[in-house]
Write a protein that binds this ligand. Structure first.
Ligand SMILES: [Zn+2]
Length: 476
């Protein structure tokens, strides 16, 4: 199987499948489950054209669950589904199957991190070839989603698009770049990854990223215009921690990845967790269908726990953690933790440097097979870098067409804005004519949705049945 599936995915069946997923997203968004996005996960056998789908369609569940990153693709890549895929491919080794992840919208960096994590896991297990075995095919682009529904994934993805052009991951090159006076003359060419990138990070490369982004002319302008949104990463010594946060770290031990979500305004812990995945070298027998449960990494659990607790406290927009700080003993923050921090509106990562340890870095790897900076490199690759990435991303159309569900969402948002605007407008009494056109009654109309049908209900004011005088007529 080669990486080129274009002949297959441009087939009318796949485009119809994307349309069906889009229609499904329209229906679930109409039912207030979440945003207007859908996805499906299938295995495809190019030689025989056999297609096997894992479960049904899934859709965005942010509104219903309160979790910022419960996007359609993430729902689709649940632990159960991943186990199902591993089981399926394990029984068909060498037969040439590939995995296709269909999405009604271009995947955000958080979903892409999950796709890369799972694809890499399948590759390392020998269930897929190193490249060309895992495909992502999408219907609408970031630009479509922004224009039609107001969702701006692009501003979050922009940071990932700068990782390679600004050499953020290149050891040595970062310091040379800074010594050369910033990025004014830096070309946008994407360098190929080197062997040096595959080594574990001695310290967080992310501590230097904010300085580089501000010194590069292009990224600085994007930051200033809001088209590039990042989560700052800083370091702190434990002596500088809030007392409530500091007291939590020792309880998890000095070799366990740990993260705390701290709301500085309210001065309280919103969520915290250790990495709860089985430790490497564990003597526990590993079942054939076991998968890397990246949902159980420390930062993921802390963020999701904070949002879940907020929802239980009755907060509807529980996905917004209001610029809270994530304190962690993980120096090399992975692409999944980082991208999720964007969706949860985290204000800053604080690496507690005197609590970091090489064993924590090993245990905190989002993919057990790769250091987090190497994984970051893969998530930051361009879509057409098919020789380096375990995921091939394809847009199977000659021209952009957008998505039905997103256009619906945009109209729904516009309707709600109009409703709010009209509620602010001064009301005037309206007089309603009897059928014979003689009697007049004052009242007002309200728009209602009853059993899915739009109706207008007239609420007559029983206290007033006066016929308007000519002077009040003039105010009508
Ligand atoms: Zn996403």
């Amino acid at each position: 199987m080669t990486g080129d599936l274009s002949a297959h995915v441009s087939d009318s069946f796949w485009q119809a499948e994307l349309d069906r997923i889009d229609l499904f997203a329209f229906l679930t968004a109409s039912a207030d489950k979440g945003g207007p996005f859908g996805a499906a996960l299938v295995a495809f056998h190019p030689a025989s054209s056999l297609i096997v789908r894992f479960g049904g369609y899934d859709s965005n569940a942010v509104v219903s669950t309160g979790i910022a990153s419960n996007h359609a693709e993430a729902e689709n890549l649940s632990v159960r589904r991943r186990q199902s895929v591993v089981q399926f491919l394990s029984q068909r080794r060498g037969e040439g199957w590939c995995i296709i992840h269909l999405s009604s919208g271009e995947s955000c960096p958080s979903c892409r991190a999950k796709q890369i994590l799972f694809a890499a896991e399948l590759c390392f297990a020998g269930l897929l070839p190193p490249t060309g075995g895992f495909h992502v095919v999408f219907k609408s682009t970031y630009e479509d989603a922004l224009k039609d529904s107001g969702f701006d994934d692009y501003k979050f993805d922009t940071f990932f698009r700068f990782v390679h052009p600004l050499y953020l991951l290149k050891k040595g090159k970062l310091s040379r770049y800074l010594a050369a006076g910033g990025g004014a003359s830096t070309t946008m060419a994407t360098p190929a990854p080197t062997a040096a990138e595959t080594q574990p990070a001695a310290s967080s490369w992310m501590l230097g990223k904010d300085k580089v982004l501000h010194e590069n002319e292009i990224s600085r302008k994007l930051l200033e215009s809001g088209h590039l949104v990042t989560t700052p990463v800083k370091s702190v010594l434990s002596a500088g921690l809030p007392a409530a946060v500091k007291s939590m770290f020792p309880s998890v031990g000095s070799r366990t990845p740990f993260a705390v979500v701290w709301n500085e305004t309210e001065h309280r812990v919103l969520g915290c967790s250790a990495d709860t995945r089985p430790s490497r070298g564990s003597s526990t027998t590993t079942p054939a269908t076991s998968v890397n449960v990246f949902e159980n990494t420390a930062v993921m659990r802390a963020l999701h726990g904070a949002a879940t607790a907020a929802r239980q406290e009755g907060v509807f927009a529980s996905w917004d953690l209001h610029r809270s700080v994530v304190y962690t003993n993980i120096a090399d923050i992975g692409p999944l933790a980082y991208s999720e921090s964007l969706w949860f509106n985290i204000g800053c990562f604080m690496i507690v440097t005197d609590f970091t340890h090489p064993e924590i870095e090993l245990a905190a790897r989002e993919s057990p097979h790769l250091p987090n900076d190497r994984l970051f490199s893969l998530v930051s690759m361009e879509y057409d870098d098919v020789d380096s990435s375990p995921v091939v991303v394809s847009f199977p159309y000659a021209t952009r067409r957008g998505a039905l569900a997103q256009r619906y969402w945009g109209t729904k948002m516009e309707a709600e804005q109009l409703k709010a605007k009209l509620a602010e407008m001064p009301r005037r009494t309206i007089y309603y004519a009897d059928d014979d056109g003689v009697g007049l009654k004052p009242g007002n109309d309200s728009l209602q949705l009853i059993a899915g049908k739009a109706t207008t209900t007239t609420n007559y004011n029983p206290k007033s049945s006066a016929t308007p005088s000519s002077s009040s007529q003039s105010k009508l």
